[in-house]
Design a binder for this molecule. Structure first.
Ligand SMILES: [Zn+2]
Length: 226
């Protein structure tokens, strides 16, 4: 190979490793069946001592089972909250050990993030996670064999009411109303990644639930939607 070709080899290999998985995302879920009349609420980045119990109260008051993608080190710090999520019949998901971007992680670091997160959540909640969601939806090629081994399919989302930038609660309700169709998976945050996310969600949640139900859709956990 020419010298230029050698220079291009490392970036080409990395691009395949980090981006190839985005093309494949084998066995991953982005939504449920389009004619099911069902929608899943999913909450990322908890458990949070302040916001998660209040989100659980709102869900209980509306008789809704949802799905929580926990960060392992937060579950280890708040085991009582993690346990309550499981005890109240919600699905548990693994959202890695410390919320690192897997896109920038080596296979070894990816394994640590996935396996340590899985073990910490199982330990704290008393039940193993059934699903996996990568932070920011970023994956790499070494992730999918690990997920197959742990039997935790990768679940992305259809609707996000707040992304990397803060969205006021009123806007979040409008997004939930406008974008949620049958089969949708909503991505919500019951803890701060973006500052204030937990508080904005708590304010928006009852309105979101009413907006989705007014469209004739029922709210179910991922185990029922997928
Ligand atoms: Zn996250």
């Amino acid at each position: 190979m020419s010298q230029a070709a050698w220079l291009l080899l490392p970036p080409a290999l990395w691009a395949g490793y980090a981006w190839g998985s985005h093309v494949l995302t084998l066995g991953s879920a982005w939504r449920g069946p389009r004619l099911s009349g069902k929608v899943a609420l999913t909450f990322d980045d908890g458990p949070d001592a302040a916001y998660t119990p209040r989100v659980l109260d709102v869900l209980a008051a509306h008789a809704i089972k949802a799905s929580f993608f926990l960060i392992g080190e937060r579950a280890a710090r708040e085991p009582a909250v993690a346990r309550r999520i499981a005890d109240e019949g919600h699905d548990l998901g693994n959202h890695t050990w410390s919320h690192r971007s897997l896109w920038l992680s080596t296979p070894r670091a990816t394994m640590r993030q996935v396996e340590q997160g899985h073990a910490a959540i199982a330990q704290a909640a008393g039940a193993p996670p059934r699903f996996f969601r990568p932070p920011w939806g970023m994956t790499n090629l070494s992730l999918f064999p690990l997920l197959r081994k742990l039997r935790t399919p990768c679940v992305f989302w259809t609707v996000q009411t707040e992304g990397r930038h803060p969205a006021p609660s009123g806007l979040q309700i409008e997004r939930a109303r406008g974008r949620t169709r049958s089969g949708a998976i909503l991505n919500l945050h019951d803890a701060d990644g973006v500052p204030g996310a937990g508080a904005r969600l708590l304010e928006a949640l009852p309105g979101m639930i009413a907006a989705i139900r007014s469209k004739g859709l029922s709210l179910v956990p991922l185990r029922e939607l997928l």
